[in-house]
Design a protein around this ligand. Structure first.
Ligand code: MD5
Ligand code: FE
Length: 203
């Protein structure tokens, strides 16, 4: 069940539904080693979603800006290894829409409690924009805002639910996007939160 959201952006509805428990078990291992934390924006605000990373490189934000780094600033150790099930499902999802050699070196894990959001932004801290971005949604549903190459371009809204995967590449790779404030609710497995895994080739 593949829906085209825009040119070069695909929503794979329910793609993860057979692997939910395995993904969550692997995520437990990751957050035991590098816990969720609220990062600061360069402007000094605390982000409402909490985050951690796995893989060789992790995305961080602090008063010095946004960047990828190999060590977790909290543990001062390398980020946890990317679980094989994460890598394989992300690569397989990219492959299914035509990206044959996606090899993510970074997985950002976003945890949204009720009321958390991610304001409109572009993902441009990576070196090679020809590589796609793959995202996994688990837990509570989210309203995803999907715009264009300028902040004021018209936006479409898509519902991202537990088990959904999105692949952004080519023409949509640098589009503005955001997550609206998560509505109150409870997911049978994850409770009152949404977890998003975002896979990228950072270097
Ligand atoms: C999320 N996370 O649901 C989203 C999923 C982030 C972030 O936005 O930066 O952590 S990734 C959404 C995305 C990535 C790359 C391109 C586009 C959307 N896009 O062109 O719309 O927590
Ligand atoms: Fe983003």
């Amino acid at each position: 069940n593949t829906l085209l959201m825009a040119e070069d952006a695909w929503l794979l509805k329910g793609y993860l539904l057979g692997n939910g428990q395995e993904l969550l078990a692997a995520l437990e291992q990751v957050i035991q080693q590098s816990p969720f934390r609220h990062m600061l924006t360069p402007g000094g605000y605390s982000m409402s979603a909490s985050m951690t990373n796995c893989g060789s490189w992790g995305w961080v934000s602090d008063l010095n800006g946004y960047r990828y780094q190999m060590d977790d600033p909290i543990t001062q150790s390398p980020w946890p290894k990317m679980p094989a099930i994460f890598f394989e499902l992300a690569q397989q999802a990219a492959n299914s829409v035509g990206f044959e050699h996606f090899s993510p070196d970074a997985c950002l894990v976003n945890r949204y409690g009720v009321g958390a959001k991610l304001s409109l932004h572009q993902d441009k801290d990576e070196t090679d924009f020809s590589q796609p971005i793959v995202s996994f949604s688990l837990g509570l549903p989210a309203m995803f805002e999907f715009g264009g190459l300028t902040r004021d371009a018209p936006k479409k809204v898509f519902l991202l639910e537990h088990g959904d995967v999105v692949v952004w590449g080519g023409k949509s790779r640098l589009n503005y996007h955001g997550i609206r404030s998560i509505k109150a609710g409870s997911h049978p497995v994850l409770g009152e939160c949404r977890i998003n895994l975002t896979f990228r080739r950072s270097q």
